[in-house]
Structures are given as structure tokens and as C-alpha cells.
Design a protein around this ligand. Structure first.
Ligand SMILES: Nc1ncnc2c1ncn2[C@@H]1O[C@H](COP(=O)(O)OP(=O)(O)O)[C@@H](O)[C@H]1O
Ligand SMILES: [Mg+2]
Length: 169
């Protein structure tokens, strides 16, 4: 996948240099990725369908519900950050759409889920909130934290790509 973010994450490369504790993507035998995709609302059903198809193909269809939920949360967070207050995509100075990538990996016991985006950091970074009972939003990452064995995010070398990941067991 030369020319994409995944070229930065080859299995023999050094762990990413980040401000947070870096987490190298695991070298698990099952691997599927999709992207770049425009960070538009239409990507949500696609991300979910991709997750279901991939897990089904790996014989892990029973894990689709929780994993599809995590992928949906990560993807919808990117789409929200990529959308301006007028509801239009935040095109960059060159008129390009923000994009995202999905990657799923498994050793058949665990799953690594990741969503990368190329949004500028000033558009926000993942931050788990303590949603009040009456809040309608702010629970996505809380849910990710509850469902996953571990999760995190980092900026990849080059500072142009942010990666949010979760390990599901
Ligand atoms: N990929 C992302 N890019 C930028 N900001 C993000 C991203 N993911 C999460 N965030 C930030 O983290 C906050 C909390 O996310 P979440 O718990 O999913 O709640 P919600 O999406 O309902 O606001 C978001 O409001 C947003 O500010
Ligand atoms: Mg969310």
C-alpha cells in the first residue's frame, strides 16, 4: 500500500514516535484494510459492512456486534471532526476532503481495530468524557473503554496522520 498511511506501519518498522505511549500495531496473521475514504457520513455504513464482511470471512462473525460498534464510534468521531458547523466537509486549503482509513487485524483470539485520519490536530483529539445522565453525546469513547481490552490514539511519524485503536479480546 505504498503511498498510504499504512506504508508507515510496516511490521519491521520502528514503533511510532508519539507524544503518548506508542503502541505498535501487532503483527497478527489476519489483516484487512480499507481506504482512503472521504470522511463523510456515508462512510459509516460502509465501515460497518466492511467489519462484518471481514470478520465473517475470518470465521469470527459472532464478534461483529461489539467490533462493529467500536469501528462505528471511531469512524463517526472522525466524520464529526471533519464536518464544519454548516454541515459541510472541512475541505483543506487545497480543496481536498479529509480522509480516513480502517484496519482490522486478528490472531483469531484478539482483534486490533484502528481508524486513521488526516485531520489537523486543531480540529480535536480523542478525549474520553464523563457524560452526565442527561447528555446526548460524549459516551462513544467511554463505551470503547468499557468494551475493549485496551485502546489509545497517537499521531504517526510525519505528524499528518492520527490513529485511534482498540484491542478486543
Ligand atoms: N478522531 C477524532 N478526531 C478528533 N477528535 C476526536 C476524535 N475522536 C474523538 N474526538 C474527540 O473526543 C470527544 C469524545 O468522543 P466521544 O466519547 O466519542 O463522544 P462524542 O463523539 O459523542 O462527542 C469528541 O467530542 C471529540 O472532541
Ligand atoms: Mg463519538
Amino acid at each position: 500500500m505504498e503511498g498510504t498511511v499504512f506504508a508507515l506501519m510496516t511490521r519491521n518498522s520502528e514503533p511510532p514516535r508519539t507524544q503518548a505511549a506508542p503502541r505498535q500495531a501487532p503483527a497478527w496473521p489476519l489483516l484487512a484494510d480499507l481506504g482512503p475514504l472521504g470522511a463523510l457520513p456515508t462512510v459509516l455504513p460502509l465501515a460497518r459492512a466492511f467489519t462484518g464482511l471481514v470478520l465473517g470471512g475470518w470465521g469470527l462473525a459472532s464478534l461483529t456486534e461489539d467490533n462493529g460498534l467500536i469501528i462505528s464510534e471511531f469512524t463517526s468521531n472522525v466524520v464529526r471532526a471533519a464536518t464544519g458547523p454548516d454541515g459541510q466537509p472541512r475541505y483543506d486549503v487545497h480543496g481536498r476532503l479529509p480522509v480516513l482509513w480502517l484496519r482490522l487485524s486478528s490472531d483469531r483470539a484478539r482483534l486490533w481495530l484502528e481508524v486513521c485520519d488526516n485531520l489537523a490536530p486543531e480540529l480535536g483529539v480523542p478525549a474520553e468524557r464523563q457524560a452526565a445522565a442527561t447528555d446526548e453525546t460524549g459516551r462513544g469513547l467511554e463505551l470503547v473503554s468499557a468494551l475493549s481490552q485496551d485502546w489509545g490514539w497517537e499521531v504517526l511519524p510525519g505528524n499528518e496522520v492520527k490513529r485511534v485503536w482498540a484491542v478486543m479480546a
